[in-house]
Design a protein around this ligand. Structure first.
Ligand code: ADP
Ligand code: AMP
Length: 214
């Protein structure tokens, strides 16, 4: 199954996409994770990506499309994938269509995560990430067993640099201007399902399974 999850930053896409990918035994492909990995490298490329992310802007379409093309060409994505954070604008959506067309496949469903503005702010403000295993926590809704420590490996949890207030506002603005038009793009193609993304992780996961008929 070839799925795309769309929604504003902090909607819970990564949390659900990784769980769904595990359930369906297909990869969770998150461009944000790919770029965070790159941003950790002390190279010119790494520094450039880090700068873009810290400003809350988008990495260039050319580079992003190329990375996704390479990732989806890998054997583990042959039977399907959950794309999270990509496409982020109409140019990327067209590039995705083209690359899947070249593979003789297409997207099965695009799921829009619906949340309220207040929830986004709360979710982003409380988000904590393990720098080692990348598990995502929330200080209130998904706290680790020991405050600020990862359950899996004992590492000290961190806040994402781009979850600080100014960058968050910029990311929401970029989302509104660049990513929102994708709802019409996929709606017109009959691929879009809107899903209420409020409620507990488990409730949202059950809704997600229902959307894809599982
Ligand atoms: P996205 O990938 O859309 O940016 P995340 O999956 O990283 O969002 O979730 C953002 C934050 O909200 C994280 O701290 C996560 O633990 C928390 N979160 C995710 N889903 C829920 C939920 N259903 N209820 C409350 N908090 C949630
Ligand atoms: P995310 O983890 O999806 O919130 O993404 C974090 C950051 O990575 C974004 O703010 C962008 O700077 C960058 N990024 C992630 N996905 C894309 C994409 N599809 N196109 C361009 N930049 C991206």
């Amino acid at each position: 199954m070839r799925l795309v999850v769309l929604g504003p930053p902090g909607a819970g896409k990564g949390t659900q996409a990784s769980r769904l990918a595990e359930r369906l035994n297909i990869p969770h492909v998150a461009t944000g994770d790919i770029f965070r990995e790159a941003a950790g490298q002390d190279t010119e490329y790494g520094r450039k990506v880090r700068g873009v992310m810290e400003r809350g802007e988008l990495v260039s379409d050319g580079l992003t499309n190329e990375l996704v093309r390479e990732r989806l060409a890998r054997a583990d994505a042959a039977a399907g994938f959950v794309l999270d954070g990509y496409p982020r604008n109409v140019e990327q959506a067209v590039a995705l269509d083209d690359l899947l067309h070249d593979q003789g496949t297409k997207i099965d469903r695009v799921i829009k995560f619906m949340v309220r503005g207040d929830d986004i702010v709360e979710r982003l403000a409380g988000r904590r990430v393990c720098p080692v295993c990348k598990t995502v926590y929330h200080t209130v809704t998904r706290p680790p067993k020991i405050s600020e420590i990862c359950d899996n490996d004992g590492a000290a949890l961190v806040r994402r640099d781009d979850d600080l207030k100014e960058t968050t506002l910029r990311r929401l603005e970029v989302y509104g201007r660049q990513t929102r038009p994708l709802y019409e793009f996929y709606g017109d193609r009959g691929l879009l399902t809107e899903m209420d993304a409020l409620g507990s992780d488990d409730e949202v996961f059950q809704r997600l399974l229902a959307v894809i008929g599982r």
